[in-house]
Design a protein around this ligand. Structure first.
Ligand code: PLP
Length: 424
């Protein structure tokens, strides 16, 4: 690339100027412009009254998004897996038993992080595209007697969502802590941290929250906070006795950056210095929550349901098959079976090159077998659904697949017409 006026590339390169894209994959998606505007605001000092007020407001906004009264509701700086890692490394002591029911790629991630935290991890696996029954999870809890149940809510790798509403009571019955990763589902599907009995929940911005990756909103119940801060006491005690404490006590949280006891002290009334809060990411995370609360959570979930239903009807209307247990499909993403007659990567390539539209590929056992198409956050809209279906039809036809002419847009239109009819 070269400078237009001189023909030369400046030594320092050209300014960031990404190509216009419509991101219809499983995340990231196009950020809401209001989030981007919030993120262009000037910095303030770490303890400026405006900054600490923004931190407090962000905590309160996310209590609304997570549907919790938890005092310990905060941002972990980093992408979604920073939140996962902070939760697991702070809750798990080496040797603790952890149960991970795995139904997709992100279950494997939970297992890996729990293992790195020193847990004795027990897994139960089910075919991708399916979810566990509460009875199966309770049976596994009886068999393994874990300290912690760690389960993904919506797994974008398979597009299905594990029902969590009955698991909190099961965990309470067996004295098990209950953690979930809601990165893919939060804001686009019903979620109730308190009513469902969650002890620890972590998320990210780049799915239904309409922001960029880089901040992990998280919340911890009083019970989880007790487990975590008890470990702090041990460490603080060791420190006070002149020992660094690191690597001495069994209970020391084996990460500084992800030590939630220290993060609680930073976000809490004591405001003890830890890292420098990622100010720009906080502006973005705060705006994501503000937009959701302003729209209304039920309204945002209904918007994701409607546009997800239109996209599902549209791909089926083109004559394509979808993958996974539709009764447990997340609102915001659909897995489309790649027809035998086309090359999946060539179709994605043409969508990107000729229409500027990105859809997702897939991992593991589904690699090369399905595409994943998202309708989430800022991109859960009628125009994005229609444009994607119209483009997909043309690309598929050009690549030799038999598709129903007009069947995609037509079926989506019917879903929208029914929704308007239903509301009238
Ligand atoms: C997309 C997704 C993530 C993303 O993690 P990052 O660290 O932000 O890349 C995590 N968990 C689940 C369930 C997801 O769907």
């Amino acid at each position: 690339m070269s400078d237009r006026t001189t023909g030369a590339t400046p030594a320092a390169g050209l300014p960031i100027n990404p190509p216009p894209r419509l991101l219809m994959g499983p995340g990231p998606i196009n950020a809401d412009p209001r989030v981007l505007r919030a993120m262009s605001a000037q910095l303030v000092g770490q303890y400026d009254p405006s900054m600490t007020a923004y931190m407090n407001e962000t905590q309160q906004l996310y209590r609304g998004v997570f549907r919790t009264e938890n005092e310990h509701t905060l941002l972990v700086d980093g992408t979604s897996r920073a939140g996962i890692e902070a939760a697991l490394v702070s809750l798990i002591e080496p040797g603790d038993r952890v149960l991970v029911p795995i139904f997709g790629r992100f279950g494997h991630l939970l297992r890996e992080i729990a293992e790195r935290a020193g847990a004795e991890v027990h897994v139960r696996e089910i075919a991708w595209g399916q979810v566990f029954t509460p009875a199966a999870i309770e049976q596994a809890i009886r068999e393994t007697r874990p300290k912690l149940l760690a389960v993904v809510h919506g797994d974008t790798s398979t597009t299905v969502m594990q029902p969590l509403d009955e698991l909190g009571a099961i965990c309470a019955r067996h004295g098990v802590l209950f953690y979930t990763d809601v990165t893919a589902s939060l804001g686009g599907n019903a979620f109730e941290a308190d009513a469902w009995g969650l002890d620890a929940v972590t998320a990210g911005l780049q799915k239904c929250l309409a922001g960029p990756s880089g901040s992990a909103p998280s919340t911890f119940s009083p019970r989880a906070a007790e487990v975590i801060t008890a470990r702090r006491s041990v460490e603080a005690g060791l420190r006070e006795s002149g020992d660094s404490g690191l690597g001495v006590g069994r209970s020391v949280i084996r990460s500084n950056y992800f030590d939630l006891a220290m993060l609680f002290d930073y976000w809490g009334a004591r405001r003890l210095n830890h890292h420098t809060e990622a100010t720009t990411a906080l502006y973005g995370a705060r705006e994501c929550a503000r937009l959701l609360i302003d729209e209304g959570l039920p309204e945002a979930i209904e918007r994701h349901r409607l546009h997800g239903a239109a996209m599902l009807a549209g791909v089926q209307g083109l004559g394509l098959d979808v993958f996974g247990d539709l009764a447990h499909k997340m609102n915001n993403v659909v897995a489309v079976v790649i027809p035998d007659s086309v090359n999946g990567d060539a179709v994605r390539g043409s969508l990107l090159a000729d229409f500027g539209i990105e859809i997702g590929t897939s991992f593991g056992p589904l690699h090369g077998k399905i595409w994943r198409i998202g309708t989430m956050g800022f991109n859960a809209r009628t125009d994005t659904v229609m444009t994607t279906l119209a483009a997909l039809e043309q690309v598929l036809r050009r690549q030799g697949a038999a598709v129903t002419g007009g069947g995609g847009v037509g079926a989506a239109w019917d879903v929208y017409a029914d929704a308007v009819g239903g509301a009238a």
